[in-house]
Design a protein around this ligand. Structure first.
Ligand code: FES
Length: 205
């Protein structure tokens, strides 16, 4: 027997012969489905509220920003720089808002140049850039002056100055970013975000 029968107006009306507990079940199921459908936009709204800049402003290929000059950095001491950019969500554009931060670390690296006659070793300055976001679950990583390491307070992961994990739960080391030295001293960094809590480094914006 069907749970409901067609009324004269084409609408569905309860069958008077139907058992009450079965009608009750169908009514409850309808309410649950309705609530689930209603919850979808609500959940989406919560996500937008928590992440108002959303994905609209993101670009998986990243974008270069000039952050400093070589003379601004002391060798072996990381310095933090904020990144500002224009972003937009589905409704609004935002001008020059903070979108992340980067640690820059200048090191001296030996490069060897050789030819048939002789070989020379030269000191060359290099710069490493790290996204300040922890690759585990996205907390911000601090630089600890005394320990000379990077430390994530959320789950006690720490990383050496190369970004390699010394101790903790992060599935990978800190995320390095591409650096270019332009005009001999300008430090440009390609800023990107990466997927959290994966062994591999996967760019998401
Ligand atoms: S978020 Fe950094 S260790 Fe968990």
């Amino acid at each position: 027997m069907s749970a409901e029968k067609e009324s004269s107006g084409g609408e569905l009306s309860p069958d008077p012969n139907e058992q009450p507990d079965r009608r009750q079940f169908i009514k409850g199921a309808s309410c649950a489905i309705g609530a689930a459908i209603g919850a979808v936009p609500m959940v989406a709204g919560v996500r937008v509220a928590l992440d108002p800049l959303g994905k609209e402003g993101g670009d998986r290929d990243g974008k270069f920003f000039q952050l400093a000059n070589l003379g601004d950095l002391k060798p072996g001491i990381p310095k933090k720089y904020s990144i500002f950019d224009d972003r937009k969500d589905k409704w609004t554009s935002y001008k020059n808002v903070p979108v992340g931060a980067v640690y820059l670390l200048k090191t001296s690296a030996k490069s060897t140049e050789s030819d048939d006659a002789n070989a020379t070793a030269a000191e060359a300055e290099t710069v490493i850039a790290f996204n300040t976001v922890c690759p585990h679950l996205g907390c911000f990583v601090d630089y600890r002056t005394d320990e000379r390491d990077f430390f994530c307070p959320c789950h006690d992961s720490n990383f050496d100055l190369k970004g390699d994990m010394k101790k903790g739960v992060s599935p990978r080391g800190m995320d390095t970013l591409q650096v270019e030295i332009r005009e001999e001293s300008e430090i440009w960094v390609k800023f990107q975000h990466f997927k959290a809590n994966t062994k591999d480094k996967v760019a998401i914006s």
